[in-house]
Design a protein around this ligand. Sequence first.
Ligand code: GCW
Length: 679
Amino acid sequence: RAEDGHALWLRYAEARPLDMEDTGIGLGEVTAPGATPTQRAARDELRRGLAGLLGSAPRFREGPGGAGGLVLGTPDSSPWIAPMRRELDGLGEEGFLLRETRVDGRKTLLVAARRDIGVLYGVFHLLRLMQTGVELDGLEVREVPQVKLRVLDHWDNLDGYVERGYAGRSLWDWHTLPDWRDPRYTDYARANASLGINGSVLNNVNAEALSLSHAYLRKAAALADVFRPYGIRVYLGARFSAPIELGGLATADPLDPGVQRWWRDKADEIYALIPDFGGFLVKANSEGQPGPQDYARTHAEGANLLADALAAHGGVVMWRAFVYAPDVAEDRARQAYDEFAGLDGALRDNVLVQVKNGPIDFQPREPFHPLFGAMPRTPLMMEFQVTKEYLGFATHLVYLGPLYEEALRSDTHAQGAGSTVAKVVDGSLDGHALSGIAGVANIGDDRTWSGSHFDQANWYAFGRLAWNPRQSARDIAADWVAMTFSPDPGVVAPIVDMMMGSREAAVDYMTPLGLHHLMARGHHYGPGPWVDGGPRADWTSVYYHRADARGIGFDRSTRGSDAVSQYAPEVARTFDDIEQVPEALLLWFHHVPWDHPMRSGRPLWDEMVHRYTRGVRYVDAMQATWETLRGRIDGPRHAHVAAFLAIQRAEAQWWRDASVAYFQSINGLPLPAGELPPP
Ligand code: GCW
């Protein structure tokens, strides 16, 4: 049933009278090869999509026998595409071309690529155009992915628990794998292929050694078999100490020949089962995980150990830069840069360093991570979080497109103005052929897949931006709404508007003006600016906001922790200057007096309260918008979203009231007049 959200954005609902007559192309006739699994996947998707959109299933021809209608293929699989071989050269392994043309005098729509996977991507693109009501007459589209590895990271444990997952249990049923291949695995692959996602790390970065055991590798191989026709490679989170735990060795020292042999043998074993295995994702020496530093070796020596084991098979290592020292440092925001920047040039060619978008940890707003632009000789992979650990889990409606866009468009100035994070990530700034972008998945066994209807949009936006990091979050939202709810502009426009402001609203009611890490301890849901004490100072809120009677904010300027100096001089100067730093990051970089005059003319304290209240009001506005859509969205989904918005409204106020009251207890200042939200 479409109304429970299980079909995602691939609903293919007949939304407007879009019949074959209209387009003149005769989309009911499809000439497409069906010899390989990927070719059959393309045909299956068209069957499903066109049946839904046009009201009747298309007729398939393998050809030859006439063109006209829809013609799919590669130069090798289709006599109609063969003459285009030269023209398709520029499309790479995954790109595609859609073209409306005439073949033998008949109107024909070509979906052409160099490889089957490109054709499948082209089919999904075409179906998207139809779902969003784009005119096919005169169509000419060339698409090539800008980033090579477009990967979902699942933080799924082998017992089915998903770390920071708010969408039920893990999709992978390790118990029945490899013998039972749940049809959901295919649906998962379809959804990802529709976006161009081409990799899946199956298990948590807090990895269990067991996931590399032969029994579990056979299970992973079964998933790889299901995903392969959809262009998706499987990767695994690797526990650095696995040679000890699985192999019975006395050490996991990367310079030990026995350890090196163990990883080589393990790689051979994996590739025998999964010939196109993608590689390893590693969290080492962070939050208690084992790593090379346990043996006084560097991250580079650790990463290279695994890289050497995978190199012969074409695998890669995605080595995470999310590290922090076992002892509390003066400024945790500095640590990844301090540990990694000096390793530039010391890593093998098949190593990518995977960097979170900001220097702390997926906060509602962070400045871009200073490692972007600081390691020109190393491919840096972006790690976004799709699951909303710090943004209200799956109950709060927060569209992350603008957060991703903001990070990707940030200018590192590494090679002068215009050196955006997107250019670092897609490899174009430093000329890397290897490039990657990862999203920590928000997927589980919930009927909606993502824990709520609107959280599907975050999976969707991540995938679209991974394909092309320069796309606009607003355009992506518009496509998603049209496909998911309705292409009716009267539905699309208000929902897109509501989505586009939703992230800023969460920033406002949780952590305005550059505040960060103020949530409740452990679960990270709900306010906890008072959190203090416990095992580590940098797991508390007071460590980050540093509020006292005179002011608030973390001084990372040249007079403070000097984290600003990790950025290129241009950027550092701006962040260092309290007059120039963007107000959205003011309290990230500066400790500011409560009466500091803001650009609005309000003193800082009044501005803070104003923003907290503004965030709550935005949720009011979302509720009002959603109410106007009653009757235009099917009842079940409308009711689900309305219920979640009511939860969000109450909790936005909880955040606001708790935060304002707490900070008042420190600064003793009155509430500015007129700033009380309705009860
Ligand atoms: O965001 C934090 C989470 C941890 C997570 C860690 C990481 C997988 O609170 O749950 O562990 O980051 O990214 O490694």
